[in-house]
Design a binder for this molecule. Structure first.
Ligand code: TRP
Length: 345
């Protein structure tokens, strides 16, 4: 299928490359989001021209009830900023504030065929989950996503594996546009720093940390210290290895993986050695991990709470982002209208 561009630090300082990604406003970021995506964004904002967007319009495809939309958008912005996304380094904006998106989406819809849209894995999944709401917006979700990306003529799109099919479709739409109307857009590629894409395991020994999995197995940045302790202490273990240098069962490997992400390296080494000597107390390991998790999560939670209470600050961020993204969109749309031949006056 499609390729992900892996860029190593030595060839990644092309500041002219444009990066674009969208963040769903589902609220409540967790550790999986951080190590799987946000940490990449934070690195990229120092190296590229970046546009990071809250995909509020996309959420309308599956969430017709918009009562909690504002709070969700504010939360996702606050949490991402608390994690280190910097509105002075990257353009942080809301999809719905760039009105040109709807226009570009319309043009792209003429280049998207029913057959390919119906074959999209994410569409089929959502149609199966919500058979009563298989709307055209859901069908053309990848078209809207393409509009987001190419609005800034971005070529690098930091996304996870689950988005690679959408990126492949985006390339097809771009090829058709360029072929039909003239070269306007670069072909976007999925992107990650190879060594930075970490799959964070859940605390229940199975699967990855994600919103749709068991909530007790997922650590959220909104969790308070007590809840973090409770979740970590409940993580699955056993009575320990019976012989030195045993192979770690998956659920134990997962706990060590989490420890590697948030604990000091000597702490990790200490417990790894204890495991290899078949002399480990999982209770101690989990107590240590819980405290290190709290040290990692608490400052982000507190920063996010502070940001969330400051509506004026958040509004300012959104306005600044809308202005920057709007400028970029206006330039692109001028080229698009000219290319299509919609320049009668
Ligand atoms: N579809 C993406 C997701 O589910 C979100 C998204 C919307 C996006 N627009 C985008 C991602 C543009 C990358 C680029 O996570």
């Amino acid at each position: 299928m499609s390729e992900t561009t892996h860029i190593s630090p030595s060839n990644s300082s092309d500041t002219t490359a444009i990066v674009m990604s969208g963040i769903r406003p589902t609220g409540y970021l967790h550790l999986g989001n951080y190590f799987g995506a946000i940490r990449n964004y934070i690195k990229m904002q120092d190296e590229f021209t970046c546009y990071f967007m809250v995909a509020d319009l996309h959420s309308l495809t599956t969430h017709p009830d918009t009562k909690s939309l504002k709070a969700n958008v504010q939360r996702v912005l606050a949490e991402n900023i608390a994690c280190g996304l910097d509105p002075d380094k990257a353009c942080l904006y809301c999809q719905s504030h760039v009105y040109e998106t709807g226009e570009l989406y319309l043009y792209l819809n003429m280049l998207a065929y029913l057959g390919e849209l119906e074959k999209t894995v994410t569409f089929k999944e959502k149609a199966r989950q919500h058979p009563d709401n298989v709307n055209a917006g859901l069908l053309t979700y990848p078209v809207l996503q393409t509009a987001d990306i190419i609005m800034h003529r971005a070529s690098l799109v930091p996304v996870g594996k689950d988005q690679e099919q959408h990126l492949e479709m985006a390339r097809n739409f771009v090829k058709r546009f360029n072929h039909r109307y003239g070269e306007v857009f670069p072909e976007p590629q999925a992107f990650n720093y190879q060594q930075h894409l970490v799959k964070v395991p859940g605390l229940d020994g199975s699967g990855k940390m994600s919103k749709s999995e068991n909530d007790m197995a997922t650590l959220y940045f909104a969790d308070d210290d007590e809840l973090i302790r409770k979740k970590v202490m409940k993580a699955k273990t056993d009575s320990g290895p019976t012989a030195p240098n045993s192979i770690k069962p998956d659920y134990i490997e997962n706990i060590f993986l989490l420890m590697k992400l948030v604990s000091a390296s000597d702490v990790y080494e200490h417990y790894d050695k204890a495991f290899n000597e078949a002399n480990i107390r999982y209770g101690d390991l989990k107590k240590q991990l819980a405290e290190d998790m709290i040290r990692f999560i608490a400052p982000i939670r507190e920063k996010s709470t502070t940001i969330l209470t400051d509506e004026k600050y958040l509004k300012g961020i959104m306005e600044k982002g809308a202005e920057m993204a709007g400028e970029s969109a206006a330039k692109t749309m001028k080229l698009v209208r000219e290319a299509i031949g919609l320049n009668y006056y």
